[in-house]
Design a protein around this ligand. Structure first.
Ligand code: ASP
Length: 592
């Protein structure tokens, strides 16, 4: 139906007769001459109809926004005064010869170029219209280019693309499962995969050696801003490679993608241990573009007559730390400091103490703060020295459990970086390594920090003796404070796998019931193996500079995990429920 894409026409096409198909982006009537901006997935071109083409001029007069047209015309140069340097096709226009209206359109619920004026709910309800917008077209095209480049890289490296099932059993990745009732197995449920973790490990047992998949994963979590209940992973697994080789292959992939698609050289990724990341940045995904750091001052506070500080300072699970904002005295207002106090509250901090260093040489009167009176002169001196604080600096403090201080000051650090625009570079990748195997829950039980299939760096005996001290062979790739991907060398030994399950409180019977197939597979010659998974959506979000993960997914869910366009999740009719032997309690109550 067409000879060219609208957005592809350039000066080189001048004189050609073209047939175009697309949507009316805008129609303007300029005293007898009608201008139609015709849009397709490549862009927009201006088409001009004058009354000479009488019959078609009449048609052109009838068209409205979002009508679908096929038109024939001749490409010609725009007059110098009307060249539009902001348009890719701005040097040319098409002189319209014929026009056929292929379909009419009702007035859309929002103008595509005024989408910001409507709520996101409206955009999502009419997603097919929202996706016509240039930005969304660009994002999804970029995403397609990216996945093609990923496939090419992995294919070149000998990886095989193998699909794994969607209807499966739960894999513990730490979130709630989406369940699907089975009609043929009464009272039983499939779980949608939180990741293909176990299947990819089994593929290694089968000898495929290098696997990848661009895989949908499902996690029923309460959604935070950058999460989706179904999301896409670039899932990778390899055999007979250690962490160094796996990190090198995947770092090479990400570096190559940035080079190829964005002409950005990320350089070699530095490495940092989990412990160092938590100490210096209060986060296991530090944003290294921001030069601020957490400084430990626990040892300075054990003796002070100020419970807020001395309490955590004397508690083995406590932490007291500070962040210095150089020159912060002038940069931050009282109101901003109050807002930061509220902000750290989100992370459980009960307050946000601060000191304004007005004169670093006058420890008696040069420090301005509600808390300074509680601190003896020598402690004030020690704080300033440790933080290398100078006149004009502002110091924030956190004192609470290790977790609360790290999380709240870690988040404050990022917020200050953003608010004060402290970024020192555009991109800051790194690997975080040497994670602990387990973390302790409030009730004293243990959870795997990554997942229970991650290999520890020690023997099963050492692990059982001191689980909280054990490190794992896991690694996370972080970019600009976002976790791009994570993985590990896996346990390939049945005994070790059982030891980990035991520490996690999964007893023999449950091990058999849930993971019997894995434990069996480990008996039949499982090779040493390991892998990693990247979050594709987040990668696209970062690379396109999008604000939200929803802007790089064609049909995303809302914050409440619903699709407002299809109205999913929806109700099902009673026959379907009967087939599944499901009776809704809700219904019973309503009836009863
Ligand atoms: N399955 C892990 C995840 O989804 C990634 C991995 O260990 O390969 O986070």
């Amino acid at each position: 139906m067409r000879s060219d894409y609208c957005g592809a026409l350039r000066s080189a096409d001048i004189g050609r007769e073209v047939t175009l198909c697309g949507w009316v982006d805008r129609r303007r009537d300029h005293g007898g001459v009608i201008f139609i901006d015709l849009r397709d997935r490549d862009g927009i071109v201006q088409v001009v109809f004058d009354p000479d083409a009488a019959e078609h001029f009449e048609q052109a007069d009838r068209v409205r926004g979002e009508y679908v047209l096929q038109l024939k015309g001749r490409v010609r140069a725009r007059s110098e005064a009307t060249v539009n340097p902001n348009m890719a096709t701005g040097e040319v226009e098409v002189y319209g010869i014929e026009l056929e209206i292929l379909n009419i359109a009702e007035t859309p619920p929002f103008q595509l170029d005024e989408h910001t004026a409507v709520g996101e709910d409206v955009r999502l309800k009419y997603r097919y219209l929202d996706l016509r917008r240039n930005e969304m077209q660009r994002n999804l095209r970029f995403r397609s280019k990216l996945t093609t480049a990923i496939r090419n890289y992995l294919d070149d490296m000998g990886f095989l693309d193998i699909e794994t099932p969607i209807l499966t059993r739960a894999t513990p990745e730490g979130a709630r499962d989406y369940l699907v009732p089975s009609r043929t197995h009464d009272g039983k449920f499939f779980a949608l995969p939180q990741s293909p973790q176990l299947f990819k490990q089994l593929l290694m047992v089968s000898g495929f050696d290098r696997y990848y998949q661009i895989a949908k994963c499902f996690r029923d979590e309460d959604l935070r801003a950058d999460r989706q209940p179904e999301f896409t992973q670039i899932d990778i697994e390899t055999s007979f490679l250690g962490e160094e080789e796996i990190m090198s292959i995947t770092e090479g992939m990400v570096r190559g993608l940035f080079q190829q698609l964005m002409d950005v050289d990320l350089g070699e990724f530095p490495r940092m241990s989990y412990e160092e990341a938590m100490l210096r940045y209060g986060s296991d995904k530090p944003d290294l573009r921001i030069p601020l750091e957490l400084v430990e001052i626990k040892d300075l506070m054990t003796e002070v007559d100020f419970k807020v500080f001395s309490g955590p300072a004397n508690d083995p699970k406590g932490r007291v730390a500070a962040i210095k904002v150089a020159g912060g005295n002038d940069k931050l207002t009282r109101k901003q400091i109050d807002d930061y106090t509220k902000f750290v509250g989100i992370y459980g901090a009960k307050g946000l103490a601060y000191i304004k260093v007005n004169d670093s040489t006058d420890l008696e009167n040069g420090l301005q703060s509600p808390i300074v009176k509680f601190l003896p002169i020598e402690v004030r001196a020690a704080i300033l020295e440790r933080l290398q604080a100078q006149s004009g600096d502002l110091i924030f403090f956190g004192a609470d459990s290790y977790k609360v201080v790290s999380e709240s000051l870690g988040a404050l650090r990022c917020k200050l970086g953003e608010d004060l625009n402290l970024y020192t570079s555009e991109w800051a990748p790194l690997w975080v390594v040497a994670f602990p195997m387990f973390e302790e829950n409030d009730d004293g039980s243990l959870t795997a920090l990554h997942h229970p299939f991650t290999a520890p760096s020690c023997s099963p005996e050492e692990l059982a003796q001191n689980p909280l001290g054990a490190l794992s062979r896991a690694y996370d790739m972080v970019l600009n404070g976002t976790e791009l991907g994570g993985g590990s060398v896996r346990i390939h030994d049945q005994e070790m796998q059982q030891a980990v399950f035991r520490i996690l409180g999964i007893e023999a019977e449950e091990q058999r019931e849930k993971f019997g197939f894995l434990l069996d597979a480990l008996k039949y010659g499982a090779p040493p193996h390991g892998g990693l998974a990247f979050g594709l959506d987040r990668l696209v979000m970062l690379m396109t500079g999008s604000d939200s993960i929803r802007d790089v997914i064609a049909f995303p869910k809302t914050q409440s995990a619903a699709c407002v366009m299809t109205d999913a999740p929806g109700t099902v009719d009673s026959r379907q429920l009967r087939e599944l032997n499901i009776r809704l309690r809700l219904k019973e109550e309503q009836v009863g």
